[in-house]
Write a protein that binds this ligand. Structure first.
Ligand SMILES: *Cc1c(COP(=O)(O)O)cnc(C)c1O
Length: 831
């Protein structure tokens, strides 16, 4: 190890420029690893990071073009370490860092349950008294990747007495790097799934690759009920690691260290080498039982604890929640409700999310005592206060005795309460307004009561938006088009019903190139919510030009009349004072009509357009685009080809007539999948982002984004022959239990879904509608379902696809999505 390496090892590590908030403490000894990945290139952010105070960079040789080398020469006081792979460098440093610790480290792999076993073990082992004390370091959430593992292991410090890290791999050759970084002394192999796995030839190969995590471990814990795992352990692992101790368990009477028998919640463990142990399990579903057995066997392996030590710890165990929800609050606030562990790593992740999704002018944090035993109290709260400050939090509220006695670390604009009750009784709620509020508490503080107090209450129908699924879908299309093609994302019509501001914030975080909306006011509202990406407005009426200029929105120009009006408007407004760069020409977007015959210039009009533009150097055609009329259906392929040809001719003409080359774009979501060869310089992603694969070619590629839920307001038993609802449409043929649901056509539940056409999912049973759909309510037949008043029901989601709903009433998914009215509350969540 060189002196430089040694210094790098102990610096703060950054791999994402967005983590660097610009606080002096962060930046002073920080090092940024510029990683060139599939979706973005860290080297693009070097100057940005330099401005934020970072002075050490690890950069990749292949990413250093002559221009970039010139750029780096502007920063003589920064150090650039050139390597072949920044990720590899980070991994090597993490492996060296790990060597400084002689504590037991648990490494977990397997197909399922890794994160739960890790979180539960941390709950079960952390804290305690005397020799039973553990101070646990662990990976946050499911940080188990090639990048997540080194960053997690780097969080180890000398107060920790135990590390718990998970490792996930998706192809061969990935595990050796993770093994060197985690270097587990104790291994847990949770299980192996039967699912087909792309990165591996066979199930056996998958097991063999995962077992590489344990090449140097002293002990391995697994269940012999997975015969394949048992076989590979004895065949392969034993050969490379013959002294390893195998600690096994079985629920099916197989030969193992621990024979487990379960009767209801009662667990009995017996075995040749142990005294029997009896425990009561807190959870009984089969997945939880398997995870619990791994945890219990691990505890027995680490310490010779008896049931008297283990049972109380089991009783305190809580389900693992990693969900973070964003919802509307009172006083024009937005609430971020984070139920994941309140430790420093969890807080860091939550503050990043607050930073990313902040749509209000102010930020506030309500935080309970932080669970962290690895650090002296004063150090811990100084660090917490630093995190809060560097994330520009204006208002801080601390709840709990420990936070209260460390109040001096926090600014004067902070308030402290000993308990949640004291907060609820005394906090002046009206002082919290126009803010994005992060609410994060350790479980004993019951912060759900605070969320309940601050949440804006509306009727029981909600549209849940899964932000992880949005990200997944975005990445799917990014991968399809590659890094050379830009991405414009359509957030018109309230982001296809999903909520414009929040979706746009996420897209901004993921650095898409452009957004597009239909009307000026949609663009204005995005700007007012802190979105600064370039925005194209597709239907800009002349009355809105002043707003376009004021908010730096870019018009789609589709006719000579509109072009003249825009040019004249610019002249009048003296726009140079308003424009961010006074002398820069104003960007506009030309729409060419290649066959849709909606908006746009016909090919024959282009000479006039070019002639006009050539007299107005203050206007610049930023992009030229057209739209396919039938990208989602193969039967229109030849027409699509024809449109492409017309479009290419048009753009070639414009390029030569204007003397520069505007960005060209043609494809929508279905087009990206069906005609990848037409991707040109940019594509326009719409419905695919929201989880509907409109081309039908790759139906399993996307994740469902929206789930529309409502509640049962009332249930009654009605006799055969009676009718249900308006106009006596729903006449019952049999005695029935009829439930009234709090959703109607005014919420977007289409009236055509009435009278049995639509179905609503109630606790696993699909229930038909009965009678006409009303404005605010719908009746369904729940005779076959197990249903009680107050139950949640599902209108669309995983078990009832939007596409099916659309088909039932002979429309398209677009109409279902955008039809969910704005009075339905949106809740955004991520894991
Ligand atoms: C809405 C829209 C799109 C996106 O279409 P999807 O089918 O939702 O992907 C693309 N281009 C234009 C001009 C649009 O209006």
């Amino acid at each position: 190890m060189t002196a430089t390496d040694n210094q790098l090892i102990n610096s703060a590590w950054f791999t994402d420029s967005r983590q660097v908030t610009g606080s002096p403490t962060d930046s002073a000894d920080g090092v940024f690893f510029a990683i060139k990945g599939e979706h973005h290139d860290g080297h693009e952010f070097i100057s940005d990071l330099y401005q934020k105070g970072i002075r050490q960079f690890v950069v990749e040789r292949s990413a250093l073009s002559p221009e970039r080398r010139n750029e780096l020469a502007n920063y003589p006081d920064a150090t650039f370490i050139e390597v072949d792979s920044s990720l590899r460098m980070l991994q090597n440093l993490a492996a060296d860092y790990r060597q400084q610790f002689q504590i037991p480290v648990i490494g977990i792999t397997g197909s399922n349950g890794k994160t739960i076993v890790k979180e539960w073990l941390a709950q079960l082992l952390d804290g305690g008294e005397g020799t039973d004390t553990f101070v646990v370091a662990k990976s946050p959430k499911s940080y188990n990747s090639q990048l997540g593992v080194p960053l997690s292991v780097h969080e180890l410090n000398h107060e920790h007495t135990l590390g718990i890290f998970e490792a996930g791999i998706s192809t061969t050759q990935e595990m050796p790097a993770l093994e060197a970084i985690i270097r587990p002394t104790i291994g847990i192999f949770t299980n192996i799934g039967t699912a087909h796995d792309e990165g591996f030839r066979t199930r056996k190969q998958k097991i063999a690759e995962k077992l590489r995590l344990f090449t140097h471990a002293d002990t391995l814990i697994y269940s012999v009920d997975y015969a394949d795992i048992d076989e590979e352990v004895n065949l392969l692992l034993k050969a490379v690691n013959p002294v390893m101790r195998l600690v096994t368990w079985s629920l099916t009477g197989k030969n193992a260290t621990y024979q487990a028998t379960l009767q209801g919640k009662q667990l009995q463990l017996t075995g040749n080498e142990i005294t029997p142990i009896y425990l009561v399990l807190p959870f009984q579903d089969s997945a939880s039982v398997e995870n619990l057995l791994h945890c219990i066997v691990t505890m027995l392996t680490l310490r010779s604890w008896g049931a008297d030590a283990i049972q109380p710890r089991l009783n305190r165990l809580r389900p693992v929640s990693m969900r973070l929800e964003q919802k509307e609050g009172i006083n024009n606030c937005v609430l971020i409700d984070d139920s994941y562990n309140n430790d420093v790593a969890g807080l860091q992740l939550a503050l990043r999310f607050l930073n990313q999704q902040s749509t209000r002018s102010r930020r506030a944090v309500i935080l309970s005592d932080v669970l962290q035993s690895g650090q002296p109290e004063a150090d811990l709260y100084e660090q917490v206060s630093g995190l809060v400050q560097s994330n520009q939090v204006e208002q801080f509220i601390g709840i709990g005795p420990v936070l209260s006695r460390n109040a001096h670390f926090f600014g004067t604009n902070s308030l402290f309460y000993q308990t949640t009750d004291e907060f609820l009784a005394n906090f002046p709620v009206s002082t919290l307004r126009d803010s994005t509020v992060l609410i994060k508490g350790a479980r004993p503080f019951s912060f759900e009561r605070i969320v309940h107090r601050l949440e804006r209450k509306v009727h029981g129908t909600v549209l849940e938006i899964n932000l992880d699924a949005l990200t997944h879908n975005l990445n799917y299309y990014r991968e399809k088009v590659g890094s050379e093609t830009k991405l414009m994302v359509m957030v018109k019509a309230f982001a296809y019903g999903s909520g414009s501001a929040e979706v746009a914030q996420l897209l901004q975080f993921h650095r898409v190139d452009y957004l597009a909306v239909a009307y000026a006011d949609e663009g204005v509202s995005l700007r007012q919510n802190g979105v600064h990406l370039p925005i194209m407005v597709m239907n800009p009426a002349p009355e809105t030009f002043a707003a376009l200029l004021e908010y730096n929105l870019e018009p789609e120009i589709y006719s000579i009349r509109l072009l003249r009006a825009w040019a004249e408007g610019l002249g009048k407004s003296g726009h140079s004072a308003l424009s961010p760069m006074p002398h820069a020409p104003r960007p506009l977007h030309l729409k060419v009509d290649t066959g849709m015959h909606r908006l746009g210039f016909l090919e024959s009009e282009l000479p006039d357009v070019a002639a006009y533009l050539n007299q107005r150097p203050d206007l610049r055609v930023s992009t030229v685009f057209s739209h396919l009329v039938g990208a989602d259906e193969a039967k229109f392929n030849s027409f699509s080809h024809q449109q492409y040809d017309t479009f290419l001719r048009s753009t070639a003409y414009l390029e030569s007539a204007l003397g520069y080359r505007p960005t060209r774009h043609l494809l929508n979501s279905a087009g990206i999948v069906r005609f990848p060869e037409y991707k040109l310089d940019m594509v326009r992603l719409g419905i695919g982002l929201y989880g509907v694969e409109a081309s039908g070619i790759d139906p399993l590629a996307l994740q469902q984004v929206g789930t529309l839920r409502s509640v049962i307001s009332q249930i009654k038993t009605v006799k055969a022959g009676e009718s249900i609802g308006y106009s006596r449409k729903g006449v019952l043929e049999h005695d029935a239990r009829i439930a009234t649901i709090a959703i109607g056509y005014a919420d977007g539940y289409d009236r055509r879904l009435g009278n049995g056409v639509g179905q609503i999912w109630v606790n696993g049973t699909r229930c038909p509608t009965v009678g006409n759909v009303c404005m605010d309510m719908t009746m369904i037949d729940v005779t076959e379902a197990s249903a009680t008043e107050g139950d949640d029901v599902l209108i669309f989601g995983d078990t009832l696809p939007i596409a099916e709903l659309a088909q039932r009433i002979d429309t398209i998914p677009y109409e279902i999505l955008t039809g969910v009215s704005e009075r339905v509350k949106r809740v955004f969540f991520k894991n």
